[in-house]
Design a binder for this molecule. Structure first.
Ligand code: URA
Length: 252
């Protein structure tokens, strides 16, 4: 059996890179207690009204060029005031693999492409170890399309404002498998505040699409021991994708 060092060398993940930015996977905070409705009150689920509903319908009908233009012009949250460039996504528009990260950092903000900094180099190495690349068979997107100042974690309201773009990307790509990289992606896509440790190693579903959870590459830059676990997760993801394709009805 290969030693951990051998696995990491194989992945080209050793020697260890150092992360300059803030932690991407902070310890989970306890969710706020649910607000209680007054006795006897009927709880009506909130539905977007007026402009919000129109925005959702509009985004849900965009094609790729329109989606990129819409993201670049978006003012739905305050991040539009501090971004240099919006970062819609990158990759093969008909990819089988969709990787979802958290949010652009400084280099992504400057270049308009996701995962082009240190964490991105690690992600590219992990893709290469699977025989994949961001140009073919893979699409890479983030929960947020604009950089949060100082690389802070996304605010829930920002993630919600950006959610329709990710949903449209999923609908356009129609991936066979989604890999959620880290807590922000897992929380948004699964609606769960559970830890990565408790979510990995299982097949979840997002709108019927198999979804696998693993650590965020920026977290892995600081946690050498979890790189081997992330590699296990990617091998699990590949097996899940093969199985999903075996189970899929033949294209007619
Ligand atoms: N981290 C992310 O989650 N996304 C990027 O695009 C870059 C770093």
């Amino acid at each position: 059996m290969a030693s951990r060092d051998e696995i990491l060398r194989e992945l080209r993940l050793a020697p260890q890179w150092r992360l300059r930015a803030r932690p991407a996977d902070p310890a989970p905070e306890a969710p706020p207690p649910p607000a209680e409705a007054p006795a006897g009150a009927r709880v009506v689920p909130l539905r977007p009204a007026g402009d919000a509903a129109q925005r959702l319908a509009r985004i849900a009908s965009l094609d790729w060029p329109e989606l990129a233009a819409d993201v670049e012009a978006c003012t739905a949250c305050g991040l539009c005031r501090t971004r240099k460039r919006a970062v819609p996504g990158v990759g093969d528009p008909r990819a089988r693999w969709l990787f979802v990260g958290e949010a652009p950092g400084a280099e992504e903000d400057a270049r308009g492409e996701p995962f082009v900094g240190q964490a991105g180099r690690l992600l590219d190495n992990m893709l290469a170890a699977l025989g994949l690349s961001r140009r073919e068979g893979v699409y890479i997107a983030n929960v947020l399309k604009c950089r949060p100042p100082g690389n802070r974690a996304p605010e829930p309201a920002e993630a919600e404002a950006c959610r329709p773009y990710l949903e449209r990307q999923v609908a356009l790509v129609q991936p066979a498998l989604i890999v959620a990289l880290g807590k922000s992606a897992a929380t948004l896509l699964l609606g769960s505040e559970a830890t990565i440790a408790s979510l990995r190693g299982r097949v979840h579903r997002y709108r019927g699409i198999p979804l696998v959870v693993t650590y965020h590459p920026a977290y892995l830059l600081r946690n050498l021991t979890d790189k081997a676990k992330a590699w296990e997760d990617l091998l699990f993801a590949r097996r899940t994708l093969v199985q999903a394709q075996r189970d899929a009805p033949p294209a007619g």
